[in-house]
Design a protein around this ligand. Structure first.
Ligand code: HEM
Length: 261
């Protein structure tokens, strides 16, 4: 390990267990990714959609559309991961039972849209190029797939844990977890400990500086797609006449009570 080793105290802030220190080097791929996407992360976190969401100002219809978009993204991601699970640039970070979200998203959509959800959901325009990029990468440049996996799964295990609680409260979803299964990783007891394991696996991958830079560029592309999905949701929200959900029961009949309608 390089002489310039630094100690990075992991401060996910949302789960306090297993919070001991982790020794990482700036040359480690995990650190390249964190540092190289910091600006993009700041942009995503400070986007109007994210800020409204964090304040509990999320319209039920937007939450449903966002969940559907994630279903298309994770279906593509997990299909390409399966295709490449033995690839030397992916095998070490292949954790299907701990991470994969497609089934959880399908359950959420069934709850949110009803049993005929498959006929009722469609993919947001902004999510389409994202899905296409993941499929292209999986087939033609699979070494880059890890950038997409890292961007989503590590995000879900971080900020995603807060979003779950906000959504449950704002949309009055049941405490039993229906509608937000996506945010709950049944096979992961401690997100902090799992993120540490994931980082150490990432850092075992054989990557030269050129490849690290390509991975950072791909992760930034993934962040851009995610931001574009947020922007489309924000824009769509302007046309939805629905009470924001943070101040009580929704006033509009079609959104009240049984949200599976
Ligand atoms: C990490 C919050 C949006 C991807 C984190 C962390 C927090 C956070 C608190 C933990 C940082 C740490 O461990 O020190 C948020 C909030 C968001 C948001 C509040 C807005 C709602 C996003 C988006 C993405 C994303 C849109 C990309 C899809 C990531 C990734 C990490 C992360 C990949 C792991 C970074 C690492 O381990 O170095 N986020 N985030 N986040 N987030 Fe987000």
């Amino acid at each position: 390990m390089a002489a310039a080793d630094v100690t990075v105290a992991q401060s996910a802030g949302f789960d306090n267990e297993d919070d001991d220190e982790e020794i990482l080097s700036p040359d480690d791929l995990s650190e390249y990714l964190t540092a190289g996407t910091k600006e993009a992360h700041d942009r995503a976190e400070n986007s109007p959609f994210a800020k409204d969401f964090l304040r509990g100002r999320i319209k039920r219809e937007l939450f449903k559309l966002g969940t559907a978009a994630l279903y298309y993204v994770y279906s593509a991601l997990e299909e390409e991961i399966e295709r490449n699970k033995d690839h030397p640039m992916f095998a070490a970070v292949y954790f299907p039972s701990e991470l994969h979200r497609r089934e959880a998203l399908a359950e959420d959509l069934e709850y949110l849209y009803g049993p005929d959800w498959r006929e009722r959901v469609s993919c947001l325009a902004a999510a389409k190029p994202y899905v296409e990029r993941i499929r292209w990468v999986g087939r033609h440049d699979p070494g880059l797939l890890v950038a997409h996996a890292w961007t989503r799964y590590m995000g879900d295990l971080s900020g995603g844990q807060v979003l779950k609680r906000v959504a449950q409260r704002a949309l009055k979803l049941p405490a039993s977890g229906e509608g937000v299964r996506f945010y709950h990783f049944e096979g992961i007891h401690s997100p902090t400990a799992f993120k540490r394991l994931y980082r150490s696996r990432l850092n075992e991958l054989e990557v030269d500086v050129r490849m690290k830079e390509r991975l950072v560029a791909e992760a930034n592309l993934a962040f851009r797609f995610n931001l574009e999905v947020f922007e489309e949701l924000q824009e769509t929200g302007k046309g939805i006449k629905e009470e924001v959900q943070d101040s009580g029961v929704p006033a509009h009949g079609d959104m009240g009570g049984d949200i599976s309608k």
